[in-house]
Ligand binder design. Structure first.
Ligand SMILES: Cc1cc2nc3c(=O)[nH]c(=O)nc-3n(C[C@H](O)[C@H](O)[C@H](O)COP(=O)(O)OP(=O)(O)OC[C@H]3O[C@@H](n4cnc5c(N)ncnc54)[C@H](O)[C@@H]3O)c2cc1C
Ligand code: FES
Length: 280
């Protein structure tokens, strides 16, 4: 059993939890994820590791309530224990000294970007970051991203962040890439699939290598079931073992989006049942 030692609401429906898992904390690296199961009736929920403390033996996860299982997880409190916490899974981010890099996080996607930005800065990169959300209330980890970056830009769709820019993260990416003095060598873009799709298609015009983190539906997390397959160039890859990070310029985005919608109706039914009856 894995104990929850800290819980914080970062934004409406976005929760941070610190979980005691010393074996995972010992070896996890930026870009990797865990699979959590609250109890013996729970579904497996893949979540990126947002932070870790090797001495404390804790792993930080940040998740958005989107359906049944994430709502159940959000109902857990400090002192409660989750049944399974498996990891670290997936391949770590390829951290090198690239020069100037651009880290872009949209919505809850800022959580997986944070450890990548930190590791890139530690490796000597000049880290320019952009975080974006629909409105200011939904912006997360602003201070942490400011610390992890040499330069931080903020965008909100509705312009509600007075010290940020009204618009999408892609507007800011374009501005930064058009300024030759920045000489950006690599971009990481993580967030909703539609955001990653538009980021990748924009950076392709500037010929800047772009890494995205795919979040397809997963079942076993071991490369056996095939649920998380993603078409990358002319190859089929499994996000759990080959990813979750891939070359954004090679992803078949439309197929990825279609696959993520497969269980929408079933998920709606079970979420409504949970909200009405509160039991499982
Ligand atoms: C490697 C990986 C890392 C992830 N990291 C994070 C993270 O750090 N924080 C976080 O909040 N989420 C993350 N996700 C997404 C998270 O796993 C899903 O949101 C969660 O499993 C949904 O479970 P649910 O039962 O609450 O919702 P469901 O009932 O399964 O789904 C509810 C709705 O959400 C949609 N949905 C289902 N799965 C996903 C998905 N994988 N991505 C987007 N929409 C989905 C469904 O189409 C449906 O409309 C990650 C996914 C992967 C594969
Ligand atoms: S989740 Fe089963 S192959 Fe990736």
């Amino acid at each position: 059993m894995y104990k929850i030692v800290e819980k914080k609401e970062l934004a409406p429906t976005v929760t941070l939890m610190k979980i005691l898992a010393p074996e995972i904390a010992k070896k996890v690296l930026a870009g990797q994820f865990i699979i959590i199961r609250t109890d013996n009736k729970g579904e497996r929920i893949p979540l990126t590791v947002a932070d870790y403390d090797r001495e404390e033996g804790t792993i930080t996860i940040i998740f958005q309530e989107v359906g049944y299982s994430t709502k159940v997880l959000a109902s857990y409190n400090v002192g409660d224990e989750v049944l399974d916490f498996v990891g670290p899974l997936g391949k770590p981010t390829e951290i090198e000294n690239y020069g100037t890099v651009l880290c872009v996080g949209g919505g809850v996607g800022v959580a997986p970007v944070l450890p990548i930005a930190k590791a890139l800065k530690e490796a000597g990169n000049n880290v320019i970051s952009i975080i974006g959300a629909r409105c200011q209330d939904l912006l997360i980890l602003e201070e942490e991203m400011r610390e992890a970056s040499t330069e931080l830009h903020i965008t909100t769709d509705d312009g509600s962040c007075s010290y940020g820019v009204k618009g999408f993260v892609t507007d800011k990416i374009k501005e930064i890439l058009e300024d030759p003095s920045n000489d950006v060598k690599h971009v990481w873009a993580i967030g909703p699939v539609i955001m990653m799709k538009f980021c990748a298609s924009l950076t392709k015009n500037y010929d800047v290598p772009t890494t995205v983190s795919m979040n397809p539906i997963m079942v076993d997390g071991t490369g056996m079931c095939g649920a998380c397959r993603v078409a990358v160039g002319d190859k089929t890859k499994f996000a759990c073992v080959d990813g979750p990070e891939f070359d954004g310029h090679l992803i078949d985005w439309d197929l990825a989006m279609r696959r993520m919608k497969i269980f929408v109706e079933k998920e709606r039914i079970i979420t409504e049942k949970y909200e009405k009856e509160g039991n499982r």
